[in-house]
Design a protein around this ligand. Structure first.
Ligand code: BJW
Ligand code: ZN
Length: 239
């Protein structure tokens, strides 16, 4: 009975170890472009084509200009109602974690504490020579492409296609997926692995799984409930 929103709210209320998996769609209402939406173009390049080790090898300056542009954009945006609704869940639950594919840091900025960043963080920079990694919040960067003190080329501390996810993050994510009784998937197109398979894994282990997205996705058919709408409108109704 009731609407899908009411059913998800009821399930969340009863859940002991809820987990939320987020994608670019949760930041869309903050003004951050998604990857595969109409806004996922930068100077006629598709974002997905720039987020690869091959693109970086071919043209590190171009790839860094893209990241420099995104860093500037992110330095000017704020978390939205959806990010803040997740902070409220964490305040009420004994166990609650967010697994995010986003590199924008907006969950932490909103105040969420248990955030697993699967694809890294755009404010971290790593040396391709000596491996040194550090936070860098300079906008714009002083030099493009930036270089390390050792002379090596620096790269964004994010995960590109074909690269391994950070071991700590992926291990923690699998632990959470195996233990959860409720998973809510918000704003992801559900095509990038391994994150795209988390909901089906959780469901196989008898968790209740639900999705919030204005569009249907390849993982929608596996959901117990699909909430068709924007995260910033729907999440505050659930929390
Ligand atoms: C709203 C909304 C609103 C809009 N409210 N919603 C198995 C089979 C085939 C291939 C593979 C496989 N396993 C691994 C692979 C390869 C690859 C992969 O998955 N490829 C597929 C595309 C086929 N995966 C990898 O390479 C991963 N590594 C890996 O698996 O290592 C092991 C391995 C290595 C080698 C071989 C095999 C295995 C790494 C993936 C790294 C992804 N990196 C990026 C870039 C990060 C850095 C950066 O930000 O620049 O991560 S790509 C990009 O996609 C980014 C995102 O995190 C990720 C997912 O995108 P997301 O978040 O879903 O965004 P969109 O734009 O796609 O969707 C937005 C959604 O929001 C839409 O649905 C909208 O409707 C919705 N929305 N407004 C709610 N207001
Ligand atoms: Zn170095």
């Amino acid at each position: 009975m009731g609407t899908s929103t009411e059913r998800v709210r009821e399930r969340l209320h009863r859940a002991e170890r809820p987990v939320v998996l987020t994608g670019a769609g949760i930041s869309a209402e903050s003004g951050v472009p998604t990857f595969r939406g109409n806004d996922g173009l930068w100077r006629n390049h598709r974002a997905e084509e720039l987020a690869t080790p091959e693109a970086f090898r071919r043209d590190p300056k171009l790839v860094w200009e893209f990241y420099d542009w995104r860093r500037r954009l992110l330095s000017e945006v704020r978390p939205n109602r959806a990010h803040y609704a997740l902070v409220r869940i964490e305040e009420e639950k004994r166990h609650f974690s967010i697994i995010t594919q986003n590199v924008d840091g907006l969950h932490s900025l909103a105040g969420s504490r248990d955030v697993v960043e699967l694809h890294g963080n755009i404010w971290r920079i790593r040396c391709t020579g000596c491996g040194r990694e550090e936070e860098d919040r300079n906008v714009p960067l002083k030099e493009i492409p930036p270089r390390c003190g050792c002379g090596g080329l620096l790269r964004p501390g994010v995960v590109w296609f074909g690269e391994m996810l950070p071991a700590g993050a992926i291990n923690r994510a699998y632990e959470l997926v195996e233990a959860t009784d409720f998973m809510l998937v918000i704003g992801t197109s559900g095509v990038v692995q391994p994150a795209a398979s988390f909901a089906t894994m959780a469901k196989q282990r008898s968790a209740f799984v639900a999705e919030i997205n204005p569009e249907r996705t390849p993982i929608s058919p596996f959901m117990d409930e699909v909430i068709n709408g924007k995260a910033g409108d729907m999440l505050p109704q659930i929390v």
